[in-house]
Every structure is written in structure tokens, then in C-alpha cells.
Design a protein around this ligand. Structure first.
Ligand SMILES: O=C(O)c1ccccc1N[C@@H]1O[C@H](COP(=O)(O)O)[C@@H](O)[C@H]1O
Length: 205
């Protein structure tokens, strides 16, 4: 079964929506964004989240100490690094925590995907850019490199995914998981019906 992450929860009711839909992962954005949440809010929401849903913290060039603390106090179970974090940063983070790390890669060319394979992070996240933009990248770049044995790190596919293009995106890239934020919003707010429908589709085939 393909996994699904619903990212950018920032209202209390968003927690109710995902508890009803039960995606595999959800994302709390700690980076500067219109979806940014505070540590205090995430800590308050964490116990309300159904146990089978894995919370991911999304960071952009954040201090190692802040990311490690949120992981080690179990506010989040995975860290998604969406900025310019280099391999030294990721290696250092791995000395501070045992929890999985996702490194976001901005895909402009095949080379971006190929060089991403060398990361010590546990997963890649292929996106079109800054994150949360609602814009896709050229998915054919993934299929062009995916058949090569060295390009097998499991990856989340992100960027502009929505009900209308999800099937095509999966067929083109065969990701470990899909990651949606803008595509399950209406007027900038998470939409219960869109979340329920997309998670149902992913989990039922
Ligand atoms: O969602 C944000 O505001 C955000 C801010 C900073 C870094 C990453 C962010 N979100 C990530 O972007 C993709 C989804 O984007 P889209 O809106 O579906 O196109 C996903 O990986 C989010 O974690």
C-alpha cells in the first residue's frame, strides 16, 4: 500500500480531520510559512493524534538542537529538512537522535535526484522548490533515473499533488509515499472532505 502524508496542519480541527482520515504521516511546519506552528502548539496537539499516524516536523535551516529536542521528546517522530542542510548537518543530527530523517531535494534536473542518493538521510523528498508552493516538477526526470540500481533510496513525492494528478504522479514516479499540502486545502485552509477522499483513495487502491 502506498503511503500518504498530509502536511501543514495548523488548526486544532486539522487534527480532527487527520484522525478521521488516518494518513500514514502528517506534517507540522516549524519553518517560516503561513502554515508555521509553534513548539507549544505542536506539543499540545501531539497527544491528540491517533497513535498510528506518524508526525513529521518540517524545518528549513533550523538549529540542530531544536530539531533533535523535538525528536527526542517525541513531539515528532521524523524530521524533514527542507532547506540547505548539508551532509555534515545530517550526520551531526544523526549523532543526536535515532529517529529517521527526510532530506528534501529541489528537482530541476536528473542530476539533482542522482546526487541526492548519496545522502545519509533515511529518505529523500522530491519537490519542485521551497516547499508548500502547490507547484509540481517534471516527473519524467524521476523515471529516467529510477531504473538505475544506484538510484533506489525511498522517496516522498511532493509538490502540487492533488486529486486530479495523483494517479498520474504515482504512475510516473512510483514513490514510497506521496505528500500533499496545498492540494488538500480550500482558500488556504485544510479541507476535511479533500483529506478524507484522498487518503481513502490511497489506502483502498
Ligand atoms: O508547507 C509549507 O508551508 C512548507 C514550508 C517550508 C518548507 C516546506 C513546506 N511544505 C512542504 O511542501 C511540500 C508540499 O507542498 P504542496 O503545497 O503540496 O505543493 C511538502 O513536502 C510539505 O512538507
Amino acid at each position: 500500500m502506498r503511503k500518504i502524508k498530509i502536511c501543514g496542519l495548523f488548526r486544532d480541527c486539522d487534527i480532527d480531520y487527520v484522525n478521521e482520515a488516518r494518513p500514514d504521516f502528517i506534517g507540522f511546519v516549524f519553518a517560516k510559512s503561513r502554515r508555521q506552528v509553534s513548539v507549544v502548539w505542536a506539543e499540545a496537539m501531539r497527544p491528540r493524534l491517533k497513535s498510528e499516524i506518524t508526525p513529521v516536523g518540517v524545518f528549513v535551516n533550523e538549529s540542530l538542537e531544536k530539531v533533535a529536542k523535538l525528536l527526542n521528546d517525541n513531539t515528532i517522530e521524523m524530521a524533514q529538512l527542507h532547506g540547505d542542510e548539508n551532509e555534515n548537518y545530517i550526520r551531526e543530527l544523526k549523532t543526536l537522535t535515532n529517529k529517521p530523517i527526510i532530506k528534501a531535494v529541489r528537482v530541476l534536473s536528473e542530476e539533482d535526484i542522482v546526487s541526492g542518493q548519496h545522502t545519509v538521510a533515511d529518505f529523500l523528498l522530491l519537490d519542485n522548490g521551497a516547499g508548500g508552493t502547490g507547484e509540481s516538477f517534471d516527473w519524467s526526470l524521476v523515471s529516467q533515473v529510477k531504473n538505475q540500481e544506484q538510484n533506489q533510496k525511498p522517496f516522498f513525492l511532493a509538490g502540487g499533488l492533488m486529486a486530479d494528478n495523483l494517479e498520474q504522479a504515482i504512475l510516473a514516479t512510483s514513490p514510497y509515499a506521496v505528500d500533499l499540502s496545498s492540494g488538500v486545502e480550500t482558500d488556504g485552509l485544510k479541507d476535511r472532505a479533500k483529506i478524507l477522499e484522498i487518503v481513502r483513495r490511497m489506502h483502498n487502491g
